[in-house]
Design a protein around this ligand. Sequence first.
Ligand SMILES: *Cc1c(COP(=O)(O)O)cnc(C)c1O
Length: 371
Amino acid sequence: MIPSILPTYNRAPLSFVSGSGSWLTTDDGRRFLDLGAGIAVNSLGHAHPELVAALTAQAGQLWHTSNLYHIPAQQKLADQLVDLTFADTVFFTNSGTESCELAVKMARKHFYDKGQLERVEIITFAGSFHGRSSAGIAAAGAEKMIKGFGPLLPGFVHVPFAEHDALHAAISDKIAAVMIEPIQGEGGIRQVPEHCLKGLRDFCDSHGILLIFDEVQCGVGRSGKLFAHEWAGIEPDIMMVAKGIGGGFPIGAVLATEDAASGMTAGTHGSTYGGNPLGCAVGSAVLEHVAAPKFLADVNRKAGLMRQGLEGLIGQFPDVFDGVTGAGLMLGLKCKANNIDVVNAGYAAEGFDCARGGECGAAVASAEHSR
Ligand SMILES: *Cc1c(COP(=O)(O)O)cnc(C)c1O
């Protein structure tokens, strides 16, 4: 019999009922150090007092009005994002998938309005992840996501990761944009080298096409910069954001330059919940923290410690671990052994003495993540 929850996940046998900072507690009272952070969502940990305060203050005032009216909390968050980034304008969504949908629509509309009606295709990369909608799975193009779900949204040209020749061969008069995660998340915490991001910017400029960064996972401080592309010193035309910006409240955003967004006039796009007061109140509180130089300096300091610790593990267990990937606190530990075994050992490691005060707990890695 089908379970009452549609069985699309292979869940770990753990039920968390409360959290505090980096720690999670199960229904039977076990404490776990949370290294998954809800898939790069809990950017300030669990039950951060200022996020709780921001959400409850807004909840006591006004939950929802729709985008038929001005939303002060949304205006504030949009202004913060415009101040802090390359962007001139922001549209709020509820998820990374929805941000992907708008990024695709925006790029196409940009060229449509310029009279370049044939420019509808978007170059994407093997191993990428852009969400689970028909556009998102078509963009990623991975067999295991698309099989059985056709016909998919057409217009994506897939090239192998880190193969410059293939990228150059993919260009044509039909290409509107390149879409890429500066650090691939689901694809295994694979960082695009800085010189490649710079090269991509030049590539897009020289062909007159748009550069779209998917920073749904690597954005909002996770990499040690507010947005991961800042490490390369270049800027996209459009950027997808979600996950960390809500710190656990479902909110996403598409950031864009004025030029890239020029086609998105009144009536061309919308969302009932996107930019709702609750999500924006939390998003503002998250950004206030994460964008502070001291906070990001701390991420980089902790990232150095974490990386050192992980490198030590590799030295200690060379047949199990292979290498550390990623940037900042978006780190992957590449396994030689079956990574699912490593994750399960983390889940089972009760009684493991944590460095901090002898707490009992185990690292929670995300099995979905560590393929
Ligand atoms: C998670 C993710 C998405 C999809 O976000 P949802 O909020 O799950 O819809 C898109 N892109 C990247 C890079 C992601 O990691």
